[in-house]
Structures are given as C-alpha cells and as structure tokens.
Design a protein around this ligand. Sequence first.
Ligand code: SF4
Length: 386
Amino acid sequence: MKSSKAGLYVHFPFCRRKCPYCHFYSIPVEPAVDRSRIGLWREGILAEAGRVASGPGFETGGSSLEFETLYIGGGTPSLAAPDDIARLRDDLADRLPLWPVEFTLEANPSDGANDDVFRGWIRAGVTRLSVGAQSFDDGVLRILGRSSTAARTEAFLRRARDAGVASLGVDLMAGIPGETPCSWDRTIEAVRTLRPDHVSLYFLENVEGLPFERTLRANPVDDDAAVDAFERAAGAFSSLGLRRYEISNFARPGRECLHNLKYWRYEPFLGLGPSAASHLGAKRWTNIADFGKWREGAAGSVPAAETVNLDPDTAAREALAAGLRLVEGIDLESFAGRFGFDPADRFRPEIAGLEDEGLIVLSGRVLRIPENKLLISNSILSRLLR
Ligand code: SF4
C-alpha cells in the first residue's frame, strides 16, 4: 500500500493567563502548581493517538498515513517542561508512524527561557520555534494586554538562536488599535535586526464576545491604514530575504513552514487535543473545545464540535480556495490528477473575467492570484467559485 504524507497537530490547551483578544481554546493555569493537569493532558493525547491509529479512517483513500511534520500549538506549549515534550514525542512515535522532518513548538516569549530549556527542546527534536511576538512596541503590547515587552522577546529570540534552534519564526499582528507609523517602524526594525527565518503577519480579528471587543469599539482601527502597514511590512520583509509564500507568511528560502503548507496544499492532517481539527480522506472534524469532555472521550470517542463529510465537488473547491492562498498557486496538472477535472476548463469564463481585471493569472499550467492582490483573495475566490 502506498503511503500518504500527513501532518500531526497537537493542541496544548493551557496558558499562564488569557489574552483579551485571543479566540484560541486555552485555560489559564499556573504550571508550577498545575503539573498534574499537564500530565492529564499528556495521557489524553496518547489515548487519543492510540484510538485514532487503530480506528477506521486512519488509512485514507487506499493509502496509509505517515506523519512527516509535528506541530505542538496552543495555548502555550512552551509552558510544558522540555522533558515532557521529549517524552510526548517518543510516546506518540510508539503509537503513530511519526518521523518528523519538521517539529514546531509554539513559544510565548513572556515566559522567558534559559539556555537549558532551549537545549532541552532541541534534544526533544524541536526544529522550529514559532514565537508569539505580535509587536515590538511596548505601547502596542500594553494595548493588546500582552505581558511581554519588546526587550524580552528580543532576548528570547537571541538566546534561542545562540542555543542552536534550527529555525525561528515570529508571529506579528497588524491592525492593532494605537498602532502608529512609528510603532510599526519599530516592529519592522526588530525583524531587520533579529533576522528570523520566518514571519507570520495576521490582521487582528475582532471576535464577538471577547473582552477586546470593547477596546476595539472605543478605538476603531482604520482598515485602509492597517492594509497599508501590512503591505509596507511585506515590502520590507522581501528586501530582507523573507519571501512571501502565502497571504500572511514570509520565509527565507527553504524555511517555509512545511506543516502549514499541508493545510494550504490540502494534504491530510490529524489534530489531537481539545479544539484540534483533522482532515483525513473525505472527512473533516473538530474536537470539542472542552478539556474535561475531550479527556473523557480521548480513549473512546471524542465529542466533535463539527464533522463534515466532504463530497468530491466540495473537496475540490476547498482545495482550490486553499491553494490559491499560496503565491505559487495551483498546479493544474496535479489538481486534475487528484480531483478529476481541470479548473481552467470548469471555470473558464470566470477565469477570463478575473484575468481581464488583473486579479488572477493563468500561466502555462499554473493558476495563481498575483501577489499584490492576495489581500483581496476572498472576494476573488467568491467570484471564481460562485
Ligand atoms: S498566550 Fe497565545 S494562546 Fe494563550 S491566550 Fe495569549 S494569545 Fe491566546
């Protein structure tokens, strides 16, 4: 049986405190006194991995899965001790075909880390740290309610580099209230100085019901200014050798996030932990975002917040929408091999109209959205796939 290369995501559902703008599932804990909860999480992850590996659907489309990327996100997985991370990786590899060529750990710089911790992560096999900086301006960090400072994040990244972490990514946010051209310059300048291998730059989302909604209501963000700031940063990153490869992601050549590329290339992935999403074969599901309920079901059946059985046409359209987020676009030959039709034929009139307006490029056997139009890709996709 041929094997299919998949990604493995593990959700760590704890943070030291909850940031007011954050919509990811996490519970505030004090790790020094809450080791037992982290232990319960670990047991649940292993039980879920064992159950999924022996259940139906693990072999998809006549091929068996091999996990070539491991991504522990959250939450704040850097709160777990490096030895716990190492044991978790080994125990997962006992249950699943896991030979990661890339192992990402999300880290919060406000918790700090010493050389022993960085070296512990490297010994655990971590090849990439994804560091939640958000901004390198202390005023903006205060508005966001982050407990870190720019100096702390800088020190964290320098120590990680000196300790020998192979690849360093930085997460940044545009569209934060109170951001000014000067504060944005400080963030761009920090990227210039610190030279990360990867940058993710997302717009702050206003999610209904979160405490930050009030801040945004009192200090509305000028969307045009936020887009200008984003494009200015994109230009600066490009001049620093950080090539844009997805709407919001920039990397030195060869340092793209292989795990996230799987989402955009519509490749299989398994998510373990509360709120984690999976997509294997024609099924996509999201685990319940409730630590207690997830743990109770981990060895048997985790309640799903959502399950979707994808018909072939929906899957093909989703794959097109995901692939067109990438600067490289869609290879029509391999798309037709996977989904049984050529989008250049199926969507001929729509593509012609969008081409006339410079919103899509069909060049040889590649369909892509021009880089300078990626930020309006949603409206382009709604016209292409209507
Ligand atoms: S540390 Fe990260 S995951 Fe945790 S609450 Fe803040 S933004 Fe969310």
